[in-house]
Design a protein around this ligand. Structure first.
Ligand code: FAD
Length: 420
């Protein structure tokens, strides 16, 4: 994010994260990539020792009470490490958010303190084999109350961090007759040691190695009733709140991934020669750099705007629907800008960019996931059009502005304005 947009405190936090990112051993990333390390617990130790994990949460639970902008400026830095580690860092923010907002004092003391201290690493188990985009429509996981427990049955898939997580934030149907179905869903915090919970790792991934992406199976899993998060059947609102960090962190991480790839390509183009001059002197090359940096800076500006909007939401000064629209725009735009920019970086580097001599090929494989997870690009567009049209149709939206239609030379030809 541009320095002048950040307060001194936000800048300091961003720089703190930048220094931690610099200190991460290169060997760790290489070991993750070669699948020597399946789940990098040492990374969690580093971020918790440096006190940057769960930085947005209250100091009472070991957090730093930072705002959304500070956290996202840090996550942009994390993107330099690739999506796996920036996602592992972000997961604390994602799973901690619903607990911080809807959890009991006991849940906060146990799980948020766990996130900030590194004692408890959390993952989100939302997607089911039957569907991620239409989650509520296709949800099969059920929770039935039995005495002072809930009995869960169902499956969740593609769960990043599943292999090493100590707990999961998950959603299950608690009222199958509710209409709409989203009103019959509850959120739960589920400890890894829960009887009836099984973690299976079965996915070979194109990129994002080392996240321990797993399938979670609940077979008569016994969850104590105190592990319900928020109200019974109140899962929909909790889900919507959780989507703030979920999508903002993907957007911010994408800015970092794209910037890292472009910096490698720019440096290469300043050194490599073709047709008697440096690559960077060819317009075909430097226009790619210019276009990519414009897209990345635009993405970062949108992340900044969306993060500021989330702060306004917390102060009760903006509608949740406006924030949802901006966050979806940030997620959509940043991930697409990342994909195009990393691809440009590879093109600028020619054949060597396609090899493992440089990490651009890894960043390209990581990038592709951005357009799919935490809500696909198509789902982001559905949300944006929905929220924009809601705003557009609201009273006073057009009437408060100039009627530009009247600037047309033949504005008065009403009989030509045919709609059917
Ligand atoms: C590596 C990886 C890690 C992941 N990590 C996690 C995690 O940690 N936790 C978690 O819960 N989930 C995770 N996910 C799941 C991810 O969020 C989902 O894969 C994603 O939301 C899409 O759901 P789906 O795969 O079921 O595709 P589907 O919902 O089946 O969609 C298939 C295609 O149809 C399109 N589509 C669907 N409906 C519409 C519509 N109405 N209009 C237009 N197009 C539509 C989609 O955009 C997509 O292109 C992960 C996925 C992967 C691959």
């Amino acid at each position: 994010m541009e320095n002048f947009l950040l307060t001194e405190d936000e800048r300091n936090f961003r720089d703190e994260v930048r220094n931690v990112v610099k200190s991460i051993p290169h060997e760790l990333i290489r070991d993750i990539e070669s699948e020597k390390i399946k789940f990098p617990r040492e990374f969690i130790d580093i971020i918790t020792k440096n006190k940057i994990a769960g930085a947005r949460f209250p100091e009472k639970y070991g957090g730093r009470a930072k705002g959304w902008v500070a956290e996202m400026s840090g996550i942009e830095e994390m993107g330099y490490l690739g999506f796996t580690l920036s996602c592992m860092y972000s997961l604390g923010s994602i799973v901690g958010e619903p607990i911080n907002k809807y959890g009991t004092e006991e849940q906060k003391a146990e799980y948020i303190r766990g996130i900030t201290s590194g004692q408890k690493y959390g993952a989100e188990a939302i997607t089911e084999p039957s569907g991620g985009s239409d989650l509520f429509g296709m949800m099969h996981t059920r929770a039935e109350r039995k005495g002072n427990k809930f009995i869960l049955n169902g499956q969740k898939r593609f769960i990043v961090g599943g292999q090493g997580a100590d707990f999961f934030v998950t959603y299950a149907l608690t009222d199958s007759n509710a209409k709409p179905r989203s009103k019959g869903v509850s959120a739960f915090i589920i400890d890894r040691e829960t009887p009836g919970l099984k973690v299976e790792t079965i996915y070979g991934l194109m990129g994002n190695k080392g996240g321990g992406t797993a399938r979670i199976i609940f077979k008569d899993a016994e969850v104590p009733e105190e592990n319900i998060l928020g109200e019974l059947n109140g899962g929909y609102d909790i889900f919507n709140r959780m989507m703030i960090p979920e999508r903002l962190t993907t957007a911010a991480g994408s800015v970092g991934v794209a910037t890292a790839a472009m910096e490698i390509a720019t440096k290469y183009s300043l050194n490599r020669e073709a047709f008697g001059t440096k690559l960077v002197e060819h317009e075909g090359v430097n226009f790619k750099i210019a276009e990519s940096m414009t897209a990345i800076t635009s993405a970062s500006s949108l992340v900044y705007t969306a993060a500021r909007a989330a702060e306004e939401l917390d102060k009760g000064r903006i509608q949740a629907s406006s924030v949802r629209k901006l966050i979806s725009m940030a997620k959509l735009y940043s991930t697409e800008a990342m994909w195009t920019s990393v691809n440009n970086a590879m093109q600028i580097m020619g054949g060597i960019g396609y090899t493992t001599v440089y990490p651009v090929e890894r960043l390209l494989r990581d990038s592709r996931l951005g357009l799919i997870w935490t809500g696909t690009s198509e789902v982001m567009k559905l949300i944006i059009q929905h929220e924009y049209l809601r705003e557009f149709r609201s009273e006073g939206y057009l009437s408060s502005k100039r009627n530009v239609e009247l600037d047309a030379l033949d504005f008065q030809l009403e009989e030509e304005k045919v709609f059917k």
